[in-house]
Design a protein around this ligand. Structure first.
Ligand SMILES: *Cc1c(COP(=O)(O)O)cnc(C)c1O
Length: 558
């Protein structure tokens, strides 16, 4: 057991007694103060609180004249639960009920001898696992979601209100938007950090401004981790979003007017793959490919035939609404036959690739682009991975080609995300994500809804609601009223407009991050069918909304 102990000059003797008295029971780290000279209590409280927050020690003990100042400082740190105690009983209960991990005491409030008794009682008392107390400790931690931004409550109440509303929505709704997820606290902390203050045009070691050492370290980490996570030669972590990553990939490799063969938007492709309203459709000669009309899957032989006819400069695969696994080896063969670049946009499936539940495009593709915020569960942003031979062209296409200063705070959050994605827990999440999707899909299918392509291999599926007499727009609105959030989506060969659509898209990334598993998917699938079976029945929507809220609250958002 490790304990960090600190005090200011007002409790110097008390601290020394505790250091000596606990030495036989634990490894004691004395963070000071070391003299009776006047000093500032926050300095020592911060050292102890940080040691506890980092997990370097099991407990902290903090003392000052009253114990009040040090307890206030320590209580502001995430994962620190500081208890100001004056009796042995209070020290024991602070462990049992509140799960305290820092004991605060005042030299004027307790004798040295009694304080040692309190400290021993504190470290010897286990946390009570009773559900009542567990629930309250959970709420105590959850308070952190708001306390993280509580400065805004006073500084800008209007923006604060928007954040509170989003927090409430995440807590109480079932989010099935396939492109969304719920990032970790660590990720959000990096994204909201002071790294946003730095201008850093250029790349680590080659910047246009001075003072870039701290952000260089963060960006270098992000690049290194991205390469390690995906087994890539080179990573550019600067694109502000997925569309920007795609733009840079085109800029680096082809000229305006050149041909890109990509999946058409209404069949599952992305805006930035050549939609006429997007820069990609305006700058390049876009030839769309489609899925097979009966299987609603990619027909690789047909794609090969089309590619040989069209002779594109880039064959682009990857989609926003394709529920089936992609065969990258086969696509490589096609590109080799045609002599074109193989570019894969794995925005939706990057988390599945990182977690080992979808084949990786990285060994095959010349260039892989992605977002970092979908199944990969990082901050909102883009990433480009490429073979060494394209590294220079990609880097100069991003900066100075199309962006100015990178968002170093977001890049740091990407680094956090890549590290998280290398942990064993992420593999479990990815595997569960796919399992959850299959179960949710089957539950809806078993209630008589036609699923595009007959099922799913990944984190999303498409329901053909038109076949049951409603538009995607109507279906999504009814589900929204029932606390279940999906989006309307075109399905292959859709006869409805993109504003109405024949389908809805359903994804399981966010609910899986919250810890939901197969039994919850069956519940949610049943609710979806209940609501859609009775589209106009608001009483069913209200019932589902109540039940969905109850379920959501049982699965805390990180
Ligand atoms: C989401 C997505 C993108 C880009 O998204 P941004 O909103 O620009 O970050 C690019 N490609 C595909 C396939 C996507 O699904």
């Amino acid at each position: 057991m490790k304990i960090a102990i600190g005090s200011d000059h007002g409790a110097f003797e008390l601290k020394n007694t505790l250091v000596a008295g606990l030495a036989g029971r634990a490894t004691v780290i004395d963070v000071g103060t070391n003299t009776k000279d006047s000093c500032d209590y926050p300095d020592f409280a911060i050292r102890v609180a940080l040691a506890v927050a980092k997990g370097e020690v099991d407990y902290g003990i903090l003392c000052c004249t009253t114990g009040i100042g040090v307890s206030m400082v320590a209580g502001r740190f995430q994962n620190v639960r500081a208890a100001l105690c004056q009796t042995v009983d209070a020290a024991i209960v602070s462990r049992q009920h509140n799960g305290a991990n820092v004991l605060c005491m005042g030299e004027k409030a307790v004798s040295c001898e009694y304080a040692l008794k309190m400290a021993l009682a504190f470290i010897d008392t286990p946390v009570d696992m009773d559900v009542r107390h567990a629930r309250r400790r959970w709420k105590l931690e959850r308070g952190g979601r708001l306390s993280d931004v509580s400065g805004l409550a006073a500084d800008d109440p209007e923006v604060f209100a928007s954040i509170v509303a989003q927090t409430e929505q995440e807590d109480t709704e079932i989010n099935l938007i396939a492109s969304e997820n719920t990032s970790s606290r660590a990720c959000r902390e990096a994204a909201g950090s002071v790294l946003m203050n730095k201008y850093a045009e250029g790349y680590p070691g080659k910047r246009w401004y001075s003072g870039c050492l701290p952000v260089d370290a963060a960006e270098e980490l992000a690049r290194k981790r991205a390469c390690e996570l995906f087994g890539a030669d080179h990573a550019n972590v600067q694109p502000h979003c997925g569309s920007a990553a795609n733009m840079a990939a085109y800029f680096a490799t082809i000229k305006p007017g050149d041909t890109i063969l990509s999946m058409s938007l209404d069949q599952g492709g992305h805006l930035s793959h050549g939609s006429p309203v997007n820069f990609s459709g305006k700058l390049y000669n876009i030839v769309p490919y489609t899925v097979d009309k009966t299987t609603e899957r990619l027909d690789y032989d047909a794609l090969e035939k089309q590619a040989l006819e069209v002779k594109p400069k880039i064959l682009l695969t990857g989609a926003s609404a394709y529920p089936r696994a992609l065969d990258f080896k086969r696509i490589r063969e096609i590109c080799d036959k045609v002599g074109c670049l193989m570019m894969v946009d794995m925005a939706h499936i990057a988390g599945l690739v990182a977690g080992g539940v979808h084949a990786s495009p990285v060994p095959y593709a010349d260039i892989v682009t992605t977002t970092t915020h979908k199944t990969l569960r990082g901050p909102r942003g883009g990433l480009i991975l490429c073979k060494e031979q394209y590294a220079k062209a990609i880097d100069s296409a991003v900066f100075p080609g199309m962006q100015g200063g990178p968002l170093e705070n977001i890049i740091a959050a990407k680094a956090v995300c890549f590290r998280e994605a290398m942990q064993p827990a992420f593999k479990e999440y990815a595997a569960q994500l796919v399992k959850n999707c299959a179960v949710l899909c089957k539950t809806v299918q078993d209630r008589g809804y036609r699923i595009v392509s007959g099922g799913t291999d990944n984190h999303l599926f498409l329901v053909d609601v038109k076949s049951r007499g409603m538009t995607g727009k109507e279906a999504a609105a009814a589900l929204d009223a029932a606390g279940i959030v999906v989006n309307k989506n075109t399905i292959p060969y859709d006869t409805e407009s993109p504003f109405r659509t024949s389908g809805i898209r359903v994804g399981t990334a966010s609910v899986t991050t919250r810890g939901m598993k197969e039994p919850e998917m069956i519940k949610i699938g049943t609710w979806i069918a209940d609501v859609l079976d009775n589209l106009a029945d608001t009483s069913i929507q209200e019932r589902v909304k109540r039940e969905a809220r109850e379920l959501a609250l049982q699965f805390p958002v990180p």
